[in-house]
Ligand binder design. Structure first.
Ligand SMILES: Nc1ncnc2c1ncn2[C@@H]1O[C@H](COP(=O)(O)OP(=O)(O)O)[C@@H](O)[C@H]1O
Ligand SMILES: [Mg+2]
Length: 291
């Protein structure tokens, strides 16, 4: 396994690999690797000749009051995991290498999927994501790139960016990987206290609860199902400080659906989204299903 810190080095390695007809699979991460990252790396390992993992905590995608400084950076542990998973190259650049001119910069901004869900509460976040991913695509030059469904809005934005800007890269979605109690793996789970961790699985349970209310036509309206699911979640989290930032239902394409459940066409793919603060830790999750 090789650790690459320079953009130009990564680019020439990828050029050489492509000349030799090697298929390059790319897994972008911010490090603090967990079991979901490992599942993604294993999928990439199976489907490509060469696997490149990037580890870069991207300052551009953090708001001024967010956790950029305290985001975990256990680099040695991450490199051990990559080695064990037979990763070929870890691209691990410095902030200076990625942004030599600071914030005066060319940005990539996907205008669709805006103003809703995470974008409503993290202005500029997705612009930071699409910009760094576009850069990483030009640096790593992969044939395929892997993104998790846990960050569903991000996945949709990247798919749209690739389409609109004609990146010759296949985006491969990876289903959400969960702990036994349903909590979606996330590097930010490390922030949870023991007491908070014990109840955090209820976020996923509340998504299932909401899905069942909708599928069983317990109420006529989506809004009422959401309200009941939020009540359920508040009850399940009553032992810890918490707040629900959003709890919403869209279709699979992040378009608004009819509030009247009977008016939603059969076989429509719905998706329930939640962002929840447990203590000071912000966690997101989503669940897709067919009506
Ligand atoms: N529980 C999970 N299931 C599936 N994919 C995930 C999960 N957690 C993270 N990912 C994916 O891993 C990639 C890197 O995400 P990263 O920001 O490093 O991790 P996290 O979101 O856990 O902090 C993203 O494509 C993200 O969607
Ligand atoms: Mg993340």
């Amino acid at each position: 396994m090789k650790i690459i810190k320079k953009i130009s080095t990564m680019q020439s390695i990828s050029d050489e690999l492509r000349k030799n007809n090697k298929i390059i699979g790319f897994v972008p991460t911010m490090g603090a690797l967990h079991k979901a990252h490992i599942a993604i790396i294993r999928k990439a390992r199976k489907e490509n000749d060469i696997v490149v993992v990037s580890i870069f905590v991207n300052p551009l995608q953090f708001g001024p009051k967010e956790d950029y400084k305290k985001y975990p950076r256990p680099i040695n542990q991450d490199l051990d995991i990559c080695k064990k998973e037979n990763v070929d190259f870890v691209f691990y650049p410095s902030v200076k290498e990625m942004y030599p001119y600071g914030k005066s910069f060319t940005y990539v901004e996907v205008k669709k999927f805006r103003g809703i869900l995470c974008d409503k509460f993290r202005p500029g976040h997705f612009c930071g994501v699409s910009t760094v991913v576009a850069k990483l695509f030009n640096i790593v030059k992969p044939h395929k790139a892997y993104f998790g469904e846990k960050d569903y809005q991000q996945l949709k934005i990247i798919l749209r960016m690739v389409k609109d800007l004609n990146f010759d890269i296949k985006i491969i979605p990876v289903p959400t990987v969960r702990e036994d109690d349903g909590l979606a793996y996330s590097s930010r789970n490390l922030y949870l206290s023991l007491k908070e961790r014990e109840v955090a699985g209820n976020i996923y349970k509340s998504l299932i609860y909401c899905k069942n209310l909708i599928l069983n036509r317990k109420f006529k309206s989506i809004k009422k199902c959401i309200e009941e699911a939020k009540n359920y979640l508040h009850k399940m989290l009553s032992n810890v400080e918490h707040s629900i930032q959003y709890f919403e239902v869209y279709d699979d394409n992040l378009d608004v659906v009819n509030n009247n459940i009977d008016k939603i066409p059969k076989n429509t793919k719905l998706r329930i989204f939640a962002a929840v603060y447990i203590g000071t830790t912000r966690l997101i999750d989503n669940l897709g299903f067919k009506i």
